[in-house]
Design a protein around this ligand. Structure first.
Ligand code: NAP
Length: 313
């Protein structure tokens, strides 16, 4: 049987690399000296791409691979893939929904608690020996605060469920109202931000949701409000976020994602009301393995003419 060439766009957990290598001829793009030349050299044989949330395929890459049949993304966010081009060319796209939902929702709650209860700052307080000189300052309660969610999808809903256990009233903004939930719907992000104390970004990144959290939204959330972003960096106007925090117009922020990862605005480093994570929403051994199994399972299904496990296109 002809071996199948699979283009892998970036390093991923070794389990996934091994599972792919045991089935396919894996071409590792990140090891190439000159990436466009590497793609050209293998363009006649590549039939599949494996990417992730940060590494997708634009129109140019898709056009450069005439035998491409499927793109299996190791993520649920597919904003780095030109989905229209894939549709146009009949290329299948798969992703990893559901298996990561709990993990990202757990982290969102962790970020809320870390910001409000100043967990990172108080950890530094103990380690630096400052506790011996006096008790840590008082912080702010989470239980009972109103949580506003942008994007009541799989992850947004899982965050809502968790926040309910903290007796938090829940409200949301999404493209569509969800009549089967009891959460309050606001028809605009601005109204949502004006009516909640913690605003969580959990929508997908599209042209419409880029900078969905802008200066006006941050001002509406206000000096006691907290912004949590576990969606994608470009959902938030980052220079505006920095000035809102520095000027005290926004109360705090918990961020897992940034506009230009892995670059993080240095102005944030000195702010104790901000908790910064290195895009680790799904980064546990259990969840990354489950995601890897879906990536491989989708490719296996495709190449054995079976229904895809989690098709998007
Ligand atoms: P999902 O179930 O597809 O939910 C996406 C939500 O975004 C839906 O509620 C959708 O609204 C909303 N949305 C889409 N376009 C919108 C718009 N123009 N205005 C307002 N809302 C809009 O996806 P999911 O599984 O929950 O994942 C959500 C996102 O989380 C992913 O796309 C990804 O970017 C991010 N994520 C981040 C991490 C991390 O490591 N930090 C990990 C996984 C995922 P409707 O319900 O009205 O359609």
């Amino acid at each position: 049987m002809e071996s199948i060439d699979v283009l892998m766009l970036c390093p991923m957990i070794s389990y996934l690399e091994q599972e792919l290598q045991s089935r396919y001829n894996v071409l590792k793009l990140w090891t190439a000296q000159e990436k466009s030349q590497f793609i050209k050299d293998h363009s006649a044989t590549i039939r599949a791409i494996v990417g992730d949330g940060g590494h997708g395929a634009d129109a140019e890459m898709i056009e450069a691979l005439p035998r491409l049949e499927i793109l299996s993304s190791n993520s649920v966010g597919v904003d780095k893939i030109d989905l229209e081009k894939c549709r146009e060319k009949g290329i299948r796209v798969t992703y990893t929904p559901d298996v990561l939902t709990d993990e990202v929702a757990d982290l969102a709650i962790g970020l809320i608690l870390a910001v409000l209860r100043r967990l990172c700052e108080s950890d530094r307080y103990v380690r630096s020996g400052k506790w011996k000189k006096g008790d840590f300052k008082l912080t702010t309660k989470f239980t009972g605060k109103t949580v506003g969610i942008i994007g009541l999808g799989r992850i947004g809903m899982a965050i809502a469920k968790r926040a309910e256990a903290f007796n938090c009233p829940i409200c949301y903004y999404s493209r569509t109202e969800k009549p089967d939930t009891k959460y309050k719907y606001y028809p605009s992000v601005l109204e949502l931000a004006s009516n909640c104390q913690i605003l969580v970004v959990a929508c997908s990144l599209t042209a419409e949701t880029r900078h969905i959290v802008n200066r006006e939204v941050m001002n509406a959330l206000g000096p006691k409000g907290v912004l949590i972003n576990i969606g994608r960096g470009p959902h938030v106007d980052e220079p505006e976020l920095v000035s809102a925090l520095v000027e005290g117009r926004l109360g705090g922020a918990g961020l897992d994602v940034y506009e230009h990862e892995p670059e993080v605005p240095e102005e944030l480093f000195g702010l104790e009301n901000v908790v910064l994570l290195p895009h680790v929403g799904t980064a546990t051994v259990e969840t990354r393995k489950a995601m890897a199994d879906l990536v491989v399972g989708n490719l296996e299904a495709h190449f054995s003419n079976k229904p895809l496990l989690t098709p998007l296109v």
